[in-house]
Ligand binder design. Structure first.
Ligand code: MV4
Length: 456
């Protein structure tokens, strides 16, 4: 059975290539889109067809809904894969695809809206009995309301933007007298970043791990989870290293967090693949945090652990197939780690775009490199600075760390600066090796070196 004849990939870089490969294996033709400055981009070369959709600026190209829909119509594409970032969590885009008779490979516009409204998602889960961190039931509209709730749940608290992401519009409030200013700052920041000043409030948990669960749902009642990923190694709310299983995980823990994720997906009638993010505190208590209604950058660690091709699952479900997998057929083998390699100065984390004079990726068993970079390619300054994902898979965590260190040592990238030296530093840190870390790990190790301060 033919799933789709032709799919347009509304993205660039490594994820566009990842989707093109999945389509080729499924015998589906591919259409790439590219901006003016990306004529030499690998994703445009690897697709069956490629269309220039506008100038370098993302708003005029990879975010340009009319241009992308025109490209889909012109090429007679039946479906659009949005990748991650750009239009992947834009409910208006998903709606516009449907209006044009094109299948959006992702969840429904309604699910995307819930995922994008963090206060709403929290409320939906709370009402379904899924544990959330103590806090407001929905948005906090006034400072007085924030004070009342904060006193009830006790300080410290954290104000978060309903439309938020990336830590913007977020404020930790230690005591009552700080709340007024923090409320107005968070509101203003959130308004300028997202066009909405709506906030919600949670009790602030000082030491947490960020653990997320990959789910797949066919929208016809069949939902499975593919286990958890630990994404606690982040810097200024940007993930740098992800791994699966979580170092703290046991079979019992995975079963518990997996079942919570499946219930969360069911609560929002979720269809397609998605991620349920949780906060796990020091005594292993699990709280729902938010839903990501797209395929994530770090999906390969789960693919390595389970052998399941998550992109193919997305395409199958969008084509209307029933989920063929049962939960008890999903097996987890060994340990996988991903390092996000960015074109950045590893000391100051400022972008380092430019021409790559030499690009020699590592290889060998259990080593995977997802990238769109090559020798002679120029890293553009207009887009995300991530230029490669290095993923290793081994029988246990210790071997995976050894394999990652070897792969990082053997990764040659010349002409630009990359975060490879920083990854090596983390992998050699005793607390990382012991699995003894929380989301503040990088803030702590940076205090010993440079002045990497947290934005809060
Ligand atoms: C939290 C938290 C503590 N308690 N929520 C959410 C988005 C993610 N990027 C960081 N988030 C956090 N949510 C509750 N209830 C701690 C973080 C957090 C953090 C907060 C402020 C400053 C730096 C931080 C670094 C990692 C995690």
């Amino acid at each position: 059975m033919k799933l789709f004849r032709k799919i347009l990939i509304a993205n660039r870089g490594e994820i566009a290539i990842r989707v093109i490969r999945a389509c080729k294996e499924l015998d589906i033709r591919t259409v790439a889109i590219f901006s003016d400055i990306e004529r030499d981009a690998l994703h445009a070369r690897l697709a069956d067809e490629a269309i220039c959709i506008g100038p370098a600026s993302p708003s005029q190209s990879y975010l340009n809904i009319p241009a992308i829909l025109s490209a889909a119509e012109l090429t007679d594409s039946e479906a659009i894969h949005p990748g991650y970032g750009f239009l992947s969590e834009n409910s208006h885009f998903a709606e516009a695809c449907a209006t044009s008779g094109i299948t959006f490979i992702g969840p429904s516009p309604e699910s995307i809206k819930i995922g994008g409204d963090k206060s709403k998602a929290r409320q939906v889960m709370k009402r379904r009995g899924i544990p959330v961190v103590p806090g407001s039931d929905g948005p906090v509209s006034t400072e007085e309301m924030a004070v009342r709730i904060a006193k009830k749940i006790e300080f410290p608290v954290i104000l978060k933007a309903s439309a938020g992401g990336g830590g913007r519009g977020m404020r930790v409030v230690g005591e009552e007298k700080e709340l007024s200013q923090a409320f107005h700052m968070a509101q203003r920041e959130s308004f300028s970043a997202f066009g909405s000043g709506e906030l919600y409030l949670e009790k602030y948990l000082p030491s947490i791990r960020h653990v997320e669960v990959q789910i797949i749902s066919d929208g016809k009642g069949n939902i499975v989870h593919l286990g958890e990923r630990d994404c606690s190694i982040q810097r200024r709310h940007q993930k740098l290293i992800e791994e699966a299983p979580s170092p703290l995980s046991t079979e019992k823990f995975r079963k518990r967090i997996g079942e919570l994720a499946v219930r969360a997906a069911r609560a929002m009638k979720y269809k397609n693949v998605g991620t349920i993010e949780f906060i796990v505190d020091e005594d292993q208590t699990i709280y729902f945090m938010e839903v990501n209604t797209r395929v994530q950058v770090e999906h390969p660690v789960t693919e390595e652990l389970t052998g399941i091709d998550i992109i193919k699952e997305q395409i199958n479900i969008a084509a209307g197939l029933l989920l063929s997998l049962k939960q008890n057929q999903i097996k987890f083998s060994g340990h996988a780690i991903e390092c996000r390699i960015n074109a950045e100065d590893p000391e100051r984390f400022i972008p380092s775009p430019g021409r790559i004079s030499l690009f020699l990726p590592p290889g060998g068993p259990g080593v995977r490199v997802d990238t769109a970079a090559y020798t002679g390619w120029t890293v553009p300054s207009q887009y995300d600075s991530m230029i490669a994902k290095l993923i290793v898979h081994a029988k246990n965590r210790e071997d995976a760390i050894a394999k990652m260190k070897t792969a990082l040592d053997g990764f040659v990238i010349e002409g630009i600066k990359t975060t490879i030296p920083f990854h090596k530093k983390i992998l050699n840190h005793l607390d990382f090796v012991m699995g003894d870390f929380d989301t503040h790990f990088l803030e702590r190790i940076n205090e010993q070196g440079n002045t990497g301060k947290s934005p809060s």
